[in-house]
Design a protein around this ligand. Structure first.
Ligand SMILES: [Zn+2]
Length: 272
C-alpha cells in the first residue's frame, strides 16, 4: 500500500497540474469513498473552489481549497491521476473532479481505487482528519531527542509502535522494516530498552529510508501505484530467503502484529 514516499511522489507530480485551477464539478461513482460530508453537500461545497495548494501530511494527499481542505487517503490500492475530460471512466474510478484552468480548459482529476478502502474528506478544520497524528518524520519538529523521549515513555514493541500513526505519522510496513534493519534493531525490541545512541540510529534510519524512497519516486509493489523504483533497493523488505546486504545472512520473515516483517537475524539481534 502507498506509504509516505509514494504519496509524496504523487503530490509532487500533481501539484503543478492542480494549483491555481478550480473545481467545477465532482462525480461520485462510489458513495462510500466519501467519509464526510454527505454526497449532496460535498458536491455543492466543492464546486467553484480554487485549488490553493497541494501537499502531503503523513499518508494523506491534501488539497487546500479556498474555503475547505480536501483529504484523500489511498489506503490499499488508491491512485490519483489527471485525464482528459472526454476519457471514459475506468472500472475502478470512484471519484472524478473536473478541474478548470483560468483559460477555461478543463481536465479530470481521477481517484481510482480497486479495493475500495480509500477515503475522501472535505472539511473546514484539518484537525478533524489529521488532528491526532504524530510528528511528520521529515520535519524539523521530529528530532532524535523527541524520538528518544517517545520511546522511553512507552513500553511497546518497536514495529507496532512505529506503525502507530499517533506516535509517528506516515510510516508503513515497507519503510519500517527498512529503517529497523538500517538501525540494527529488532522489530520486537521493547521501545524503552533503547539507549540514546540506538534511538538516534533509529531516527537517522527512518529519515534516510524515507528520503531514499522519495528520491526513487516510491516503491511499486502490490498495488496500483506505478513508476517508483525503490523496490529495487530494498534491504530486507520482501526479501525473505535472500542474503542480507550487510552481512550475507539469510533474511527471515516474521509476523509482528499481523504484519509481514523482514529481519536479518544477525544484524538485528537486539530483542529485549
Ligand atoms: Zn545482516
Amino acid at each position: 500500500m502507498p506509504e509516505l514516499p509514494e504519496v509524496e511522489t504523487i503530490a509532487r507530480r500533481l501539484r503543478p497540474e492542480l494549483v491555481g485551477k478550480s473545481i467545477t464539478k465532482a462525480d461520485l461513482l462510489w458513495s462510500r469513498t466519501l467519509a464526510t460530508p454527505m454526497p449532496a453537500m460535498f458536491k455543492k461545497q466543492v464546486k467553484g473552489q480554487e485549488i490553493k495548494a497541494v501537499h502531503r501530511r503523513a499518508k494523506y494527499f491534501v488539497i487546500q481549497l479556498s474555503h475547505f481542505h480536501l483529504f484523500i487517503h489511498l489506503r490499499m490500492s488508491g491512485d490519483l491521476y489527471i485525464k482528459g475530460v472526454d476519457s471514459t471512466p475506468e472500472k475502478h474510478d470512484r471519484l472524478i473532479f473536473t478541474i478548470a484552468a483560468e483559460d477555461g480548459t478543463t481536465r479530470n482529476l481521477v481517484f481510482n481505487d480497486t479495493r475500495k478502502f480509500g477515503r475522501v474528506w472535505l472539511v473546514k478544520d484539518p484537525d478533524d482528519v489529521i488532528g491526532r497524528l504524530g510528528p511528520e518524520p521529515l520535519s524539523d519538529e521530529f528530532t532524535a531527542q523527541i524520538l528518544y523521549e517517545g520511546l522511553q515513555a512507552r513500553h511497546r514493541q518497536l514495529k507496532p509502535l512505529l506503525l502507530d500513526q499517533s506516535f509517528l505519522a506516515g510510516m508503513g510496513n515497507i519503510y519500517t522494516d527498512e529503517a529497523l534493519h538500517m538501525a540494527r534493531l529488532h522489530p520486537l525490541a521493547s521501545s524503552d530498552s533503547l539507549n540514546r545512541e540506538q534511538a538516534r540510529a533509529l531516527w537517522d534510519a527512518i529519515r534516510k529510508v524515507l528520503q531514499e524512497g522519495i528520491h526513487r519516486n516510491g516503491a511499486s509493489i502490490d498495488w496500483v501505484y506505478r513508476g517508483g523504483e525503490f523496490q529495487n533497493y530494498f534491504r530486507v523488505y520482501d526479501r525473505a530467503g535472500q542474503s542480507c546486504p550487510v552481512c550475507g545472512t539469510m533474511i527471515e520473515r516474521l509476523v509482528v502484529g499481523q504484519r509481514s516483517t523482514h529481519v536479518c537475524p544477525n544484524c538485528q539481534r537486539n530483542r529485549s
